[in-house]
Design a protein around this ligand. Structure first.
Ligand code: ADP
Ligand code: MG
Length: 432
């Protein structure tokens, strides 16, 4: 009913080219890692054991995961679309380092809109008489790459008449971002339908070979742009999710891959030896991945958790306290972190959180343009995301790519929050 422009910076932001290249270079490794975790039942079970005791949402996802495995997977083609996010941590000597904030394995968004932001910033630079600088902005079209992955999965599913289903929210604020990907699929003569969990509950069904049907149409690929936070689910929606997961359709992501993207898994990956076990014989990939890790700490009950909790209470500004939630606005910082951690430090409730070192990037000035907000110059920091796409058929990886980037920028007074949370805005990297 109301159309606004997506928020954006007036000017592109400087990004160190070495770190930009490093982020691209590690993306295929992260694709392999996420895929390996999703196939490793023991690892997921072990990593999430303490969390599912106290976090109901993760526990419900995990139960579906186990149920589907017990029945036997009907799905044989797997499609991952993720976005690995980074900030540029400013060391004591002023040298910036690439540090991963998180990896999003479900509903990673803005691949569509960001395929257009480069053109906006190119025009702004030209208006300012900076044509040379405008010509240096990089081409970037993640929506095309995401569609390539979806199209490949659709093709391997092997039914010409089957459709791709975008699973979308009840209220859709970010529809145009999704349309960019959808259009790429129509251009390849692949039919796309958009449905909600509620529609799946009412009209979805499986045949005796677990093929998924919606309104009589066979569905080859389910692309989730929904289903990543508790408020997306009521009892019917959980049933719909289970139906989808049990089906033969390619889920992007399947529930195991969604679990691979939890904050708890991220923290467990940082334990010595874990990456080596998940990616045997890939020492170089392991080294590239590990180089991007910030300090991550478990709050599991026991001595290790007691110690780090005490450290964080004494010096909260060094850390971020993260629950198992997505979508921005859930993390705790500073005084609030101290208060919450003090309250739960002796209770198992603390295991629903992880602690992470706070990344401290060098701020830069920019203008943030947002509909209905006054224009003002702000001290800003940026977060770089790289989109990864992979397709696996049985045991064989048939596609593994980095397909584009996203730069989001926010004013430094906001500790947390993405574009959808109304804090960050779309930006374009200007490599320096
Ligand atoms: P979400 O799943 O909610 O997006 P994130 O881990 O990405 O969770 O955190 C949300 C935001 O909080 C990030 O976009 C970033 O601005 C900020 N943030 C998260 N972790 C850190 C960190 N370790 N240091 C500094 N800022 C962080
Ligand atoms: Mg995030």
């Amino acid at each position: 009913q109301v159309v606004n422009y997506a928020p954006f910076t007036l000017l592109p932001s400087a990004v160190p080219s070495a770190l930009f290249e490093q982020a691209y270079a590690v993306q295929q490794d992260f694709n392999l890692l996420v895929d390996a975790i999703s196939q490793n039942k023991e690892f997921l079970e072990h990593a999430l054991a303490s969390t599912i005791e106290v976090d109901d949402f993760t526990a419900r996802l995990f139960r579906i995961h186990m149920q589907v495995l017990e029945e036997g997977l009907a799905q044989s083609v797997f499609l991952g679309i993720n976005r690995s996010d980074y900030m540029f941590d400013c060391g004591v000597d002023g040298t910036p380092a690439l540090k991963q904030i998180e990896i999003n394995t479900i509903a990673a968004s803005f691949g569509g809109l960001t395929s257009r932001t480069g053109a906006v910033h190119g025009r702004v630079l030209k208006v300012l008489g900076k044509s040379k600088e405008a010509s240096r902005l990089l081409p970037n079209n993640p929506s095309k790459g995401l569609a390539l992955g979806i199209a490949k999965a659709w093709e391997l599913y092997g039914s010409q008449s089957a459709v791709v289903m975008f699973l979308v929210e009840e209220v859709q604020r970010n529809i145009f971002d999704q349309r960019c990907v959808e259009n790429e699929l129509w251009n390849r003569d692949i039919r796309v339908i958009r449905r909600r969990f509620r529609d799946v509950f009412e009209k979805g069904s499986l045949d005796d070979t677990k093929r998924l049907y919606m309104d009589g149409q066979e569905v080859a690929v389910v692309y989730y742009r929904e289903g990543y936070v508790p408020k997306n689910y009521d009892q019917q929606n959980w049933e719909a999710r289970l139906l989808l997961e049990r089906s033969r359709a390619v889920k992007c992501p399947d529930i195991a891959t969604q679990l691979a993207g939890t904050k708890k898994v991220q923290q467990e990956l940082s334990r010595p030896g874990t990456l080596e076990k998940l990616l045997p014989g890939r020492a170089e990939a392991v080294a590239r991945i590990r180089a991007t890790f910030a300090g991550l700490y478990s709050l599991d009950m026991g001595e290790e958790g007691d110690k780090i909790a005490a450290t964080a209470i004494a010096d909260p500004d060094r850390f971020v306290l993260k629950p198992q939630r997505e979508g921005g606005g859930n993390n705790l910082y500073g005084e609030e972190l101290r208060q919450v951690l003090e309250k739960i430090r002796d209770s198992p409730e603390r295991t629903s959180y992880i602690l992470m070192d706070k990344i401290k990037p060098q701020p830069a000035m920019n203008y943030l343009l947002r509909a209905h907000s006054p224009l003002q110059v702000s001290k800003c920091i940026s977060e770089l995301g790289i989109f990864g796409v992979y397709v696996r058929q049985g045991k064989e990886m048939v596609m593994n790519m980095a397909v584009g980037h996203l730069l989001r920028t926010k004013a430094i007074e906001h500790a947390d929050g993405g574009v959808a949370a109304g804090v960050a805005v779309l930006d374009t990297p200007y490599l320096v």
